[in-house]
Design a protein around this ligand. Structure first.
Ligand SMILES: [Zn+2]
Length: 491
């Protein structure tokens, strides 16, 4: 373990609670960790986690924000105070916590949101909607202002909301309630302040399914750490699991007439896309998640039908019992963890096509507006042409046929094993095609990415963000490592 500078000095702008205010249960969970870590003193003095819940309302043309509540969560801040400032420049949105007097930035993070996706759908052209969102940060010692920024049409940041928060405000909710379920430590590698804290939540698991939840959480943890670069960084992660019992098994799937009031509110058919699984109930999610130290959240939906979703710095989801759950989990976690773009472009999505080509903020896609300055050019060998040729037309022809068969299987409500068989056939065919590519193992700029056949480029012929393969391309791997470094003290 690398011994870094003590983060004590980093706490001076934050409220450090006396130990007797800390949740006793949690203290027990951490006790062992505290004994073996060199950062134990710092963790005991870590500020609690503050959460600003707000409503994000609007349509495709306008948006506004309103405060819902401010909460001090039960647990200490799980992050590394020496890395309070986010310099990765990822996300459609970005927030800063600034000291009200000095304007010094105490904490910042980029993120994406359900609203940010929804505003690009056709529905947003026809109506207004409201989404609940949260910003979490270490509880400050003095009044602060929260500044929210959004990217403009050229992806430059503009301020869209500023709101003051006084930590002494009596209306900040400080209630301490019992956790809704037992916190399961799947793997504890050290003090949360020095590790990436990854929380796996279960939705649609009845009390009788809770053992299955723990098995599912452990299985997918192994899948994650079998995949590079998570594999090489396993020791940089703590993994926690928590699952409130559901009244009924499974989550909602409106397109087949299935409705559930599941504890986290996860549902298929988000934005009318049958495979897209999200929860729109942010408050339910936060009220459960706050009982674990967390920076990243995976929601396991106790379902067989293929599906999942992932939003940068919010959460990702997967239907655990599908034959392709391992793939969906890792792919969606790539969105959530590192802000990776979808490299695929032949499957249907709910988002309206963009007309202009602006350089995407995502690390693994480019509009190639300036080929000489390709953003991952340091990974490209000198004899690789940019853009890089591949058998695009053959791939697209094949993909179109598969999409037709896929849509028909869903339309005819065929059993899930028929869909899984189609995906196996597709993957086998694609892998044979890619094996014959001249630049199949090179980093370059391959046209076709982020839902567009033309004008956007991906880094390699294949990647788990492109097909249902099992590996990330070199550019995605590097983007993931950058986030691991932002949240851990590892290599
Ligand atoms: Zn990739």
């Amino acid at each position: 373990m690398t011994v870094a500078v003590s983060p004590w000095s980093q706490y001076k702008d934050f409220a450090t609670p006396p130990t007797n205010q800390m949740n006793k249960n949690i203290f027990c969970v951490f006790a062992l960790v505290l004994l073996v870590t060199v950062f134990s003193a710092a963790t005991a003095a870590a500020p609690r986690t503050m959460r600003l819940d707000y409503y994000h309302t609007g349509n495709s043309a306008q948006e506004m924000f309103s405060v819902d509540r401010v909460v001090i969560e039960p647990l200490p801040w799980p992050g590394d105070m020496t890395k309070a400032i986010d310099d990765t420049n990822l996300g459609k949105y970005f927030f800063e916590v600034r000291d009200q007097k000095t304007k010094r930035i105490l904490y910042s993070r980029g993120f994406a949101s359900i609203y940010g996706e929804w505003e690009t759908t056709d529905e947003a052209k026809a109506m207004m909607r409201t989404f609940s969102e949260s910003l979490r940060f270490p509880t400050p010692a003095a009044p602060v202002e929260i500044v929210l920024k959004k990217r403009d049409a050229n992806n430059a940041w503009t301020n869209i909301w500023t709101i003051p928060v006084d930590p002494k405000d009596i209306f900040i909710d400080r209630s301490q309630t019992p956790a809704p379920a037992r916190l399961i430590p799947i793997q504890k590698m050290g003090d949360p302040a020095t590790k990436v804290d990854f929380l796996i939540l279960g939705d649609g698991y009845t009390a009788r399914d809770l053992r299955k939840f723990e098995r599912d959480a452990r299985r997918l943890t192994e899948v994650l750490f079998a995949t590079s670069p998570f594999k090489e960084h396993r020791r940089d992660f703590n993994v926690w699991a928590l699952c409130p019992a559901a009244a009924q098994s499974g989550i909602s799937r409106p397109s087949t007439g299935i409705y559930r009031d599941s504890p986290l509110g996860a549902t298929y058919d988000a934005f009318g896309s049958e495979r897209y699984v999200l929860t729109f109930d942010n408050h339910a999610l936060r009220k459960v998640a706050q009982f674990a130290p967390y920076e990243f959240i995976e929601i396991l939906a106790n379902n067989r039908t293929y599906g999942g979703g992932g939003i940068f710095n919010l959460y990702s989801t997967v239907a655990v019992d599908n034959a392709f759950a391992n793939y969906v989990f890792v792919h969606e976690f790539g969105h959530h963890f590192a802000g990776l773009a979808d490299e695929y472009y032949t499957s249907s999505v709910a988002y309206s096509p963009s007309t202009e080509r602006v350089e995407p903020w995502e690390p693994n896609a480019t509009a190639l507006l300036d080929p000489a300055n390709l953003k991952w050019k340091d990974l490209v060998s000198p004899d690789t042409p940019i853009p890089t040729l591949w058998n695009k037309e053959a791939f697209e022809n094949y993909s179109r046929e598969i999409q037709k068969r896929r849509a028909k299987l869903r339309l005819d409500k065929r059993p899930e094993n028929e869909m899984e068989a189609l995906f196996r056939e597709e993957l086998k065919h694609e892998q044979a095609m890619f094996a014959a590519e001249k630049y199949g193992r090179r980093v370059g700029a391959f046209e076709g990415a982020i839902y567009e056949s033309k004008g956007y480029y991906r880094p390699e012929v294949d990647c788990i963000m492109f097909t249902r393969t099992n590996h990330f391309c070199a550019v995605c791997r590097r983007a993931i490592e950058r986030i691991i470094q932002l949240y851990s003290r590892g290599g």
